[in-house]
Ligand binder design. Structure first.
Ligand code: FES
Length: 321
């Protein structure tokens, strides 16, 4: 599958908070930037050759303009560092067309948006869209402090400022507000969206599930996940259904590495089980899911997996390739 590559110019690079910068991307002459919906992200091809996903945080009504925000993460594998240190105004970058694995539920009556730190980016775009539609929503923004939170001015001066509730660790509310207070029990037609660091998202989703939120009312997007390798990772075989070819995947290899070496094309982007780009259907065998992309129900169905990071519990995995 060949991805559409767009050339864009970095029109503005701004500091948005401690360690967070934003890039405003405009088309180079002759390029038409596709429209997007709230929750969409783009792949950014960095000059170093890395490909990273960043959510669009501007209103979807903006034509021919994408804005992303990037947290400088000391633990990153080079993507955020490259954006902060090397990308400058006037540079031309290659990006993918927007893709949306985190869309708003079209039939929702009320939307509850929970942002942790830099996870505010897709939710910012959602808040803009919901506000423009006159929808019923609230956005709760959690961060260590106001100085580490991007877009606080933009929120404060927005038409939906009254729908935004900030929670800074260094300015606790009195009485303290818990996640359970914010999330509560689900109302009919109410949908919850969460994006942020893994610990935050795990806490939000665990709280929601403990309060009986149905899975189809929970929407989440992980990013920058750490792929878990464990000592029990063993060798297994993947079989290509169309050709019958079989390949051994060693304990320290990924399925994608082995397939690419053998000339079998599987598109990849994040290589961390976050974006879903590499998703492949599984025809038989039991995957050992290590991704953050599939829902628990989708993982339990065992009919698809992310070969960039997931492995196999059975000796053989037959892939629909
Ligand atoms: Fe992103 Fe596999 S490449 S989930």
């Amino acid at each position: 599958m060949t991805q559409q590559i767009l050339k864009v110019r970095v029109a503005h690079k701004r500091d948005e908070a401690d360690g967070i910068c934003s890039l405003e991307l405009l088309p180079v002459p002759g390029v038409v930037m596709p429209a997007f919906t709230a929750g969409a992200h783009i792949d950014v091809h960095l000059p170093s050759g890395l490909v990273r996903q960043y959510s669009l945080c501007n209103p979807p009504s903006d034509a021919q303009r994408y804005v992303i925000a990037v947290l400088r993460d000391p633990a990153s594998r080079g993507g955020s560092e490259a954006v902060h240190a090397s990308v400058k105004e006037g540079d031309v970058l290659e990006i993918s067309a927007p893709k949306n694995h985190f869309p708003l539920a079209t039939d929702a009556k009320r939307h509850l948006l929970l942002a942790g730190g830099i996870g505010v980016t897709p939710l910012m775009s959602m808040a803009e869209q919901l506000s423009a539609e006159g929808a019923n929503f609230a956005l709760h923004y959690f961060a260590r402090s106001a100085t580490k939170a991007a877009f606080t001015q933009r929120f404060a001066s927005s038409a939906f400022a009254a729908c935004v509730h900030t929670h800074w660790d260094d300015a606790p509310q009195e009485p303290p507000l818990s996640l359970a207070d914010v999330i509560g029990t689900p109302q009919a037609g109410q949908h919850l969206y969460v994006c942020g660091p893994k610990g935050f998202m795990d806490a939000v989703l665990a709280t929601a599930r403990a309060h009986s939120w149905p899975e189809d009312q929970l929407h989440f997007e992980f990013f920058g996940a750490q792929v878990v390798h464990d000592a029990s990772d063993a060798t297994f075989t993947v079989k290509i259904a169309s050709s019958g070819q079989e390949f051994q995947v060693g304990a320290h290899q990924t399925v994608v590495e082995v397939l690419h070496k053998a000339g079998v094309d599987v598109p990849i982007a994040c290589e961390q089980g976050v974006c879903g780009t590499c998703l492949v259907r599984v025809l038989s065998g039991v995957p050992d899911h290590k991704d953050m992309y599939l829902t628990p129900e989708e993982q339990e169905a065992n009919d698809q997996f992310t070969p960039c990071c997931s492995r196999s519990k059975s000796p053989v995995l037959v892939l629909d390739l």
